[in-house]
Design a protein around this ligand. Structure first.
Ligand code: NCD
Length: 264
């Protein structure tokens, strides 16, 4: 497996690595674009062709441009997994998000799920919406500042399949949800820092807020978090985001074996 990550990553990159170790395979890291020929101007397609030519079975791609994984899949013979493409999708994160919810509740259908934060630039939020739209009877509350609303293309794709409402205020929905999926405001995807500053602290989930609302709502987050969940939430029974991150390894091991047709 080759991991080609053109954007920072801790959990996704390392959980793919540990997953492959568990399966007894080997991983080659492309390394940062700075130490490769990307810095000399080599195109992404050429980089993928070269990695593919060394007999790689699987290429895991993260890239700031939307559609990069699709492009990689078009030029490579190897199987390609999308590990995040720009602000569009992050499907393997959704697999572990759904798995975590299923482990906690024993089901997904029938649940009420709040998705909070940067729904415009956050690819985990879009992919989660697509994933949830495959189950029956899920109610979604999309909560964000107006400028970070879920993209129309995402809403269009889930329309008729997912029952959703949009909100700016978290308080009105808190009592009515089983899960609150919190996301980071994606600083690196904003066109200017002024717009980011206006919304960076739009929501803060802290101990006081959860105690005040007496909420049993499960708190999830794809991580990394910045200020949107404070550390004093970490030891509350609501917080399940570290367990969620840990689930990433087994989910990715299963995915790798499915994609490569391994017998495990
Ligand atoms: C997310 C990502 O990269 O989209 N992180 C992750 O893979 N767990 C979320 C984020 O960066 O905010």
């Amino acid at each position: 497996m080759a991991t080609v990550f053109m954007e920072p990553s801790t959990r996704t990159r390392l959980s793919f690595y540990y997953a492959m170790e568990k399966l007894g395979g080997k991983t080659v890291e492309f390394g940062s674009p700075k130490v490769s020929s990307t810095d000399k101007g080599e195109s992404f397609e050429d980089t993928i062709r070269i990695i593919d030519g060394y007999g790689t079975d699987l290429i895991v791609v993260r890239h700031p441009s939307e559609g990069a994984s699709k492009l990689a899949a078009e030029v490579a013979d190897a199987k390609v997994i999308n590990a995040g493409d720009g602000s569009r999708e992050h499907p393997t994160q959704t697999l572990l998000d759904l798995y975590t919810i299923w482990r906690i509740f024993g089901k997904i259908s029938g649940l009420k799920i709040g998705v909070l934060g940067d729904l415009r630039y956050g690819r985990t939020a879009s992919s989660l919406a697509y994933g949830l739209s495959m189950f029956n009877d899920v109610k979604c509350h999309f909560i964000s500042p107006h400028i970070l609303k879920m993209k129309e293309e995402v809403l269009d794709r889930v329309k008729g399949k997912l029952d959703y409402e949009e909100h700016e205020d978290i308080n009105s929905v808190m009592e009515d949800i089983d899960v609150l999926y919190v996301t980071r405001v994606q600083k690196e995807r904003f066109p200017d820092s002024e717009a980011y500053e206006k919304v960076r602290n739009a929501y803060t989930i802290n101990r006081e807020f959860l105690e005040k609302t007496q909420s049993k709502t499960i708190i999830l987050h794809p991580l990394p978090r910045v200020d949107e969940i404070t550390k004093d939430v970490d030891d509350m029974p609501n917080s399940r985001y570290f367990e969620q991150a840990a689930n990433g390894m087994m989910i990715r091991a299963t995915l790798i074996s499915e994609v490569l047709g391994l017998e495990i």
